[in-house]
Ligand binder design. Structure first.
Ligand SMILES: NC(=O)c1ccc[n+]([C@@H]2O[C@H](COP(=O)([O-])OP(=O)(O)OC[C@H]3O[C@@H](n4cnc5c(N)ncnc54)[C@H](O)[C@@H]3O)[C@@H](O)[C@H]2O)c1
Length: 256
C-alpha cells in the first residue's frame, strides 16, 4: 500500500497581521499546515489559534539563530517543510537626503537580510522533504524607482534578483523560487505611512489614498496577494521558477 502523503507544511514570516496573516489563512484553506511566525510573539499566538492546524513560532527574521530555530521547530513538529514565504517587512518614509545609515540598515535588515536568511535556512529543509518552493513578497517598488522609500525599494529590488538567482541555484534540487510584486495594499504598513507621504508630497490630509486609487483602480486587498502566493506555491506550477508575479491594478503599466 502506498504511504499516505502528509499535508504540506508552510512557514509564513511576519504573519501575525496584514498580508502574512491572509496568506497563512489562504494556505490553511488549501490544506497546508501553517506555521505562523512573527516578531510579535503574542500576536502570532492569537493569529495561529484562529487558523485550523496552525502553530505559532516567534522569530525575528533579522536574527540568523532565530531563523534557524524557526525552521528546526517546524521540522521537529511536522517532520517536513514544503513552502517558505518570506513576508516580514517594514518601511520608512524619508527622502534619500534625510535618510541616515541606521534607518537604511533598519529597513534592509528586515526586508533583504530577513529574506536571505529565510531562504537560506528553509531551502535545505525543503530539499530534505523532497522539494517544494519559496515565495517571497517583493513589491512593485523593486521594479521601478519609488521616491521617498529608497531603502525599501532597493531592498525589494534585491529580493527580486535574489529570487531569480536562487531559482537557478535550487532548480535541480527540486526547489522553485518565485516572488510576488504587489502594488499598494491596504494594510497597516501603508496606512501608517500615508500621513508622512502626504506631508512630503504636499497632499492634504487623507489625500494619499485617492492618488493611489486613481493609479491602481483600488487598493489591493491582502487576500489578492495571498491568492497569488498560493498560485505560485501550487505544485501544479512545476515549471514556474524565477518568476516575479506583479499584481498592481496596472500602476506600473502606464506613464500617465
Ligand atoms: N502593504 C503593501 O502595500 C505592500 C505592497 C507590496 C509589498 N508588501 C510587502 O508585504 C509584506 C507584508 O507587509 P504588510 O503590508 O502585511 O505589513 P504589516 O505591517 O501589516 O505586517 C508586517 C508584519 O511583519 C512583522 N515583522 C516586522 N518586522 C519583523 C521582523 N524583524 N521579524 C519578523 N516579523 C516582523 C510585523 O510584526 C507584522 O506582523 C512586507 O514584506 C511588505 O514589504 C506590502
Amino acid at each position: 500500500m502506498e504511504e499516505a502523503m502528509s499535508a504540506p507544511v508552510a512557514i509564513v514570516t511576519g504573519s501575525a497581521k496584514g498580508i502574512g496573516l491572509s496568506t497563512a489563512r489562504e494556505l490553511a484553506s488549501r490544506g497546508y499546515q501553517v506555521v505562523v511566525s512573527d516578531l510579535d510573539a503574542s500576536a502570532a499566538e492569537v493569529a495561529a489559534k484562529e487558523i485550523d492546524g496552525a502553530i505559532a513560532v516567534p522569530c525575528d527574521v533579522r536574527d540568523e539563530d532565530q531563523v534557524r530555530a524557526l525552521v528546526a521547530a517546524t521540522t521537529d513538529h511536522h517532520g517536513r517543510l514544503d513552502l517558505m514565504v518570506p513576508n516580514a517587512g517594514i518601511g520608512i518614509v524619508a527622502p534619500i537626503l534625510d535618510t541616515d545609515l541606521a534607518q537604511w540598515r533598519e529597513v534592509t535588515s528586515v526586508n533583504l537580510d530577513g529574506v536571505f536568511l529565510s531562504l537560506r535556512w528553509a531551502a535545505p529543509a525543503i530539499i530534505a522533504s523532497g522539494g517544494g518552493s519559496i515565495v517571497s513578497i517583493a513589491s512593485v517598488s523593486g521594479t521601478t524607482g519609488t521616491p521617498l522609500i529608497a531603502s525599501y525599494a532597493a531592498a525589494k529590488a534585491a529580493v527580486i534578483n535574489l529570487t531569480k538567482t536562487a531559482a537557478m541555484e535550487l532548480r535541480d534540487h527540486g526547489v522553485r523560487v518565485n516572488a510576488v510584486a504587489p502594488g499598494f495594499i491596504g494594510t497597516d504598513l501603508v496606512n501608517d505611512a500615508a500621513p508622512e507621504f502626504e506631508r512630503l508630497l504636499g497632499l492634504p490630509e487623507g489625500g494619499f489614498g485617492p492618488v493611489i486609487e486613481a493609479k491602481q483602480g483600488r487598493f489591493g486587498d491582502p487576500e489578492d496577494v495571498a491568492r497569488a502566493v498560493a498560485f505560485l506555491a501550487d505544485a501544479q506550477q512545476s515549471w514556474v521558477t524565477g518568476s516575479i508575479l506583479t499584481l498592481d491594478g496596472g500602476i506600473t503599466s502606464s506613464l500617465i
